[in-house]
Structures are given as structure tokens and as C-alpha cells.
Design a protein around this ligand. Structure first.
Ligand code: NAD
Length: 485
């Protein structure tokens, strides 16, 4: 067995529940495969939560993660009850792990699936979108959640998707967005996708609206190669694709940032079977294969992956995968580990063998700096909490118009639908009104004019709950039109 020459310096978290069992199995296989690991253990999870650290991360772990740059993490148990923060969210946000990467692969006929030819790489943006966690209750009836999509965030994830496609020899990248409705946010993601794609002429690219794209992905996953998505769609569809392979318990994932990367199985700590020695270590083992590739140890990654594929193909299965008529032998965690180690050096005969030895490592991109655009203020959307006069928008308009000059009230919407001027009596209204004021000569507005307007509105008894300035950037309008406007 040849050891890789330079030690691979990694941090390891053994996790909770079945975590220690599957981590021991994984490290044993990696060692037998000749991966020259230099391991430092960090404490994450249940014990740390219960010792009073709300994040579940031992404070000393941060320095180790920063120093090692790579974490192989077993699943952890989030204790029930309030006050505990999601460890995965904390790790992701604190370490800037912007890319969540999940291969969704079928192992037909050895693992039951309705989609035998599926091999899709799902790349999900991990930090932005509706997950920024900025939510407010604004009126008696209305709450909001801010959807933040940034240009640098979109560029990094999309570039990373193309870099992965190129490194893995994948031929097509599909972006799923809803830019027909969210023209500004998803529209930016879609625009950046087209810009980035130009730098990868060797890779086919396409965009689909997420609803039809999701339907096609669920129906014909073999038509997709690599799919890249903003956070929410990616969260949902990466679970859908894992389920379609028929082997959620086998699926690995990586969370990649500019300086740190985290590798784990997608399943949890399975407390129901913990300590019984029957857990399937495959998800974590395949995550370790992704880690070896990331570290440039393609030889070891290939050896481990092919031994695992051969074991699956030979019908040596743990209880969760075992199926009468397909499987040959049911084994426990230790038996499965030994079966893989025995097959190191072999290649599968039916399933496609893994080829990593000469595969380049996907570069983790940084966003391209851009000169700032010229920003001009054209008006303001004033949001008001208003429920008087049977919520008749004409009466609200009257009250606003009396205070508007030198600006001009242009439109009032409720839940985005125009209700003034010329609203429809059928439109359902809540107590949350968006009132748009623009310069009366269609020119620019000063910040002082906006502040003065707010002062007049408040003095006139209007309950202003928030404002959004309306800008143009290099002359291009930076806000949506009201529906029906
Ligand atoms: P789970 O994935 O742990 O278990 C779901 C079912 O799948 C269980 O019946 C379990 O026995 C089985 N299972 C899961 N992994 C298996 C494996 N490797 N081999 C054989 N069977 C396996 O999901 P859950 O029960 O909803 O969550 C349990 C705990 O895990 C919770 O505390 C949850 O918060 C945590 N969790 C952690 C992570 C993580 O650390 N990344 C992810 C998901 C859930």
C-alpha cells in the first residue's frame, strides 16, 4: 500500500448517535487505502450543547478549523428544546461555506431506484436568499422575510458550479430560478449565470424556471448533469434528488468556502440505532472521498470509491440497503468496513468505476471586483400601517396627497397589487400599504426631501412602518413596478 507523501491535515468531529461508529469505520478504510491523514479531533454537538455552549461548538474548535481548513464531520444530535442554535447553520455562516455540493447517483440494480441512470451534481448557494434570517412583523396582519441575493454571492456559486463541471468532466450546467416573478433577485442570479457561462464555452448551459425545472428533475433526472440554484430552491431540490436515487442513506455532501471546507453525510445521527454497530457508514465514507479529491489526493479517493462500489455490487449490504433477491450478504458496520478494505485495489464490473486520479481540483473562486455604479435617488416607497375608513384606498390617497408636494404620490399597492389609482373593488387588502412617491418632474429626489416627506406624513397621523428608497444605477431602474401598474 503506498501512502500519499504529504500528510493530509484534517480536523475530525466524531459526532453523536451513530457518528463515532461510522467515523471509526471511515477512518479505518481511509488508512487501509493509504491516505496519509494527520487528524486533529474537535468537539461538536450534544455534549458541547449540554455543557452550556449554545452554538454546540467547543470554542477551541475554531482555531483548529481555521488551521486545518478541512473538517470531516459525523452527524450530530441537536438536543430538543429551545435555546440551541443550529450547528450546521452556525458553521456554514461563520466559516463562509457558500457552496453546498451534493452528488445524487443511482446504483441500479444494486440499490432500488426508479431512476437507474441518474447522476446529477446539485450545487446550492448556502448563505443568502431567504436564509439571511431577516424577518419582521410590520403590522397586525403582516410579516415579512427579506430575500437577499448579491452579485458577488451569485458569481461565486455559479463560478464554482462551472469549475466543478469542468473538473468532473460534466458537460452541462442548468440554473433553476424564478426570474419571471422575482425579476430583481432571481433576475440578478440569472443574469450573472449568463455572464459567467461565457467564460466556459466548453460547457453547455441552460436556465429553467424552477417549477418546471423541478418537475423535470423529478421526472427525468437523467436529462440533468449539474444543477445550480439559489439557497431555498437548492435546499428543497437537493433533498428531492437524494430521494430519487433511492439511497438517501448513502449520500454525501460538501460545504465549501474560500478557506475552509466541511464534508459530511446528509443523514442525521440515527439515535434509534446508535450503539448497535449496524449503521451504514457509506454516506460519511463517500463524503471522505469528496474530501480526498478536494485535498488533491485523487489516487486514494479513487481506490476507496472503487472498493466501495465493488462491495455494493457484490451484494454485501448493511441492513438499511439489504433487499432479498438483490443483496447477497447482510453485514454490520464492521463487516461492511472489512468487506471494503478487502476490495481495495479492485474496480466494479457493472457500475461505472470512479476516476479521480488525474482529475483537477475545482478552484474555489472569489468574486470579481467591479467599479461601483452611479446611484440616483428617484423616489421612495413608504409603507404604512393603515386600517381606517373601511380600508378605502381613495381615502388613504387623499391623506397622502395632502402631504406629498414637492413629491408626487404615484401609486398605492397592497400585497404588491395596485389599489390606487383605479383599483378594483374585488382586491383583498390587508393593513400593510406600499405608497410610492416620485419626483413630480420625473427627475431626481434628495435624501432630505424623503426625510421631510416622512416628517409631514408622521405629523399628519400616518403610521409609517418602513421605507425603501427607489434608485437607478447607471440610469437603470433598480426597483420593481407595482403589479397592475
Ligand atoms: P436521521 O437521518 O438520523 O434518521 C432517519 C432514519 O434513517 C432513522 O430510521 C435512522 O435509523 C436511519 N438512518 C440514518 N442514517 C443511517 C445510517 N447511516 N445507517 C442506517 N440507518 C440510518 O434523521 P432524524 O432521525 O430526523 O434525526 C436524528 C438526529 O440527527 C436529530 O437530532 C437531527 O437534528 C440530527 N441531524 C443531524 C444532521 C447533521 O449533523 N448533518 C443532519 C440531519 C439530522
Amino acid at each position: 500500500m503506498t501512502n500519499t507523501t504529504t500528510p493530509l491535515r484534517i480536523a475530525v468531529a466524531r459526532g453523536d448517535g451513530i457518528g463515532p461508529e461510522i467515523m471509526d469505520a471511515t477512518l479505518q478504510i481511509l488508512e487501509a487505502a493509504g491516505a496519509n491523514l494527520d487528524v486533529e479531533h474537535v468537539r461538536l454537538g450534544k455534549d458541547v450543547y449540554e455543557s452550556g455552549v449554545a452554538s454546540g461548538i467547543d470554542p477551541s474548535a475554531w482555531d483548529v478549523l481555521r488551521d486545518r481548513g478541512v473538517l470531516l464531520k459525523a452527524p450530530i444530535t441537536t438536543p430538543r428544546g429551545g435555546g440551541y442554535k443550529s450547528l450546521n447553520v452556525t458553521l456554514r455562516k461563520s466559516l463562509g461555506l457558500f457552496a453546498n455540493v451534493r452528488p445524487a447517483v443511482s446504483y441500479h440494480p444494486f440499490v432500488a431506484t426508479r431512476h437507474p441512470d441518474m447522476n446529477v451534481l446539485v450545487v446550492r448557494e448556502n448563505e443568502e436568499d431567504l436564509y439571511a434570517g431577516i424577518e419582521h412583523r410590520q403590522t397586525d396582519e403582516v410579516v415579512q422575510c427579506l430575500k437577499l441575493i448579491t452579485r458577488p454571492g451569485s458569481e461565486k456559486i455559479i463560478r464554482y458550479a462551472f469549475e466543478e463541471a469542468r473538473a468532473q468532466g460534466r458537460s452541462k450546467v442548468t440554473a433553476l430560478v424564478k426570474d419571471n416573478i422575482m425579476k430583481m433577485t432571481d433576475g440578478l442570479f440569472a443574469r450573472v449565470f449568463e455572464e459567467v457561462a461565457e467564460a466556459y464555452p466548453d460547457i453547455e448551459h441552460e436556465q429553467m424556471i424552477v417549477d418546471i425545472g423541478a418537475a423535470r428533475l423529478a421526472d427525468t433526472p437523467e436529462a440533468f448533469d449539474l444543477v445550480v440554484m439559489p439557497n431555498l430552491y437548492g435546499d428543497i431540490l437537493s433533498d428531492v434528488t437524494a430521494q430519487l436515487t433511492g439511497s438517501v442513506g448513502l449520500a454525501p455532501s460538501s460545504n465549501v468556502g474560500e478557506t475552509v471546507a466541511l464534508f459530511e453525510a446528509i443523514h442525521g445521527s440515527a439515535p434509534d440505532i446508535a450503539g448497535r454497530g449496524i449503521a451504514n457508514p457509506s454516506g460519511l465514507l463517500l463524503a471522505s472521498v469528496m474530501m480526498l479529491q478536494h485535498l488533491g489526493a485523487g489516487d486514494a479517493a479513487e481506490r476507496v470509491h472503487n472498493a466501495w462500489l465493488t462491495t455494493i455490487e457484490d451484494g454485501v449490504h448493511t441492513g438499511d440497503v439489504y433487499r432479498e433477491g438483490v443483496s447477497k450478504e447482510q453485514v454490520n458496520t464492521m463487516g461492511f468496513t472489512e468487506a471494503i478494505i478487502e476490495r481495495l485495489g479492485e474496480e466494479p464490473r457493472h457500475l461505472a468505476p470512479a476516476r479521480y486520479a488525474n482529475r483537477p481540483v475545482a478552484q474555489v473562486p472569489r468574486a470579481t471586483p467591479r467599479p461601483p455604479q452611479v446611484k440616483t435617488l428617484l423616489g421612495v416607497d413608504v409603507f404604512a400601517d393603515w386600517r381606517e375608513h373601511d380600508r378605502n384606498p381613495d381615502r388613504l390617497a387623499e391623506a397622502l396627497q395632502a402631504q406629498a408636494a414637492p413629491l408626487e404620490l404615484q401609486v398605492i399597492t397592497n400585497r404588491g397589487v395596485k389599489v390606487w389609482p383605479e383599483g378594483l373593488p374585488e382586491t383583498f387588502t390587508t393593513d400593510h400599504w406600499r405608497c410610492r412617491f416620485m419626483a413630480s418632474d420625473a427627475g431626481t429626489v434628495s435624501n432630505r426631501a424623503v426625510v421631510d416627506l416622512l416628517g409631514r406624513l408622521v405629523d399628519a397621523g400616518i403610521d409609517v412602518i418602513k421605507t425603501e428608497n427607489l434608485y437607478a444605477f447607471d440610469g437603470e431602474q433598480g426597483f420593481s413596478q407595482a403589479q397592475g401598474q
